[in-house]
Design a protein around this ligand. Sequence first.
Ligand code: DNO
Length: 394
Amino acid sequence: MALEQSWRWYGPHDPISLQQIRQVGATGIVNALHQIPYGIIWTVDAIMERKRMIEAEGFRWTVVESLPVHENIKKRKGNYKELIENYKISIRNLGACGIDTICYNFMPILDWSRTDVDVPFYDGSRTTQFDARIVAAFDLFVLQRPGTEARYTDAEIRSAQEYFDRLDRQQKDGLLRMVVLGLPGSGETLTLEELKAALREYDDVGDAVLRENLYQFLREVTPAAEEAGVLLAIHPDDPPRPLLGLPRVVSNKKDIAQLLGAYDSPSNGLTLCTGSLGSGYANDVVDITRSFAHRINFIHLRNVKRNPDGDFIEDNHLDGDVDMYGVMKELLIEQQRRIEAGIPHHRMPMRPDHGHLMLDDMNKKYYPGYSLYGRMRGLAELRGLEMGILRSMK
Ligand code: DNO
């Protein structure tokens, strides 16, 4: 049986309609109530309204991406207790509406980050990339927070300086926009002062604290998910490395093993994002897939070309450094295992993650990575790969 083929739809404001998505081959929709501010309860009415909209076009709402975790929960500051209670209520409400998988992340302040979201690719399409030197330049010469230099080697500082010195005024201003890409769906961006204030809040939340806050959160919310018949799926850090001195605790095999061990339940699971994990030079994504297959609740498939400095560029879905054949095979073996074991949630939802801007999409406005043709190409390639592997498994 094929994985459950889904497509991320940003809701009624998405430039791609549900009617169009029917033609790409997906049967499931990945969606969130982006209009609801972080921390506010998702009511049954609001969920049902969206669910009916999705089902009216013949889709299943396969996954919520994301039910956002408020910053105060990550820091365990302010009204975090109330926010955790709200989170549990939203989980219960989603479960009551028959939505069984929730993706979320625990990245402080910044969700996925890139240094350029409009990079010319060799075939004429446009893609996104991450250049660690640019982030270092921003950190060292724009933010200029005390103690920053200690986090970089002399060689990194020199290279960041060379890069920064070549920029004109306008390019320097553009750095902020580049690094602090608006949060998905909301179009929200932070000003420099807001970013500095947000970073200050993490001065006393280092790696060990954030880790413990995540595990504590999981111990608190997973029982609610279990009762509601909901599977949680944490999205790994993108990129899988500390940024601007902020801690990152879901970046590699060791982190994942630790967090899955913090609360041992199928409801405490993983979003296998091959692109995010794949951009870590030391990460072997096939091995990660095999090792945690039984706890993978959601799948993002995309590819990257990476280097040891932490730089990467988003490649086509079947090209790049992630062995997509190896990953797909492990996923299909796992789904087969679930079917044979009689597990009710045996169907594993996947979606093509990001795609290049190409063809007729070139002059349209999309959230970076979420255009039509690029993702359609990705899904088509992944479906072909999947079918070939499935046939050869019989
Ligand atoms: C980027 C996405 C992420 C993801 C969140 C999940 O394209 O994969 O923004 O939705 O990190 O919470």
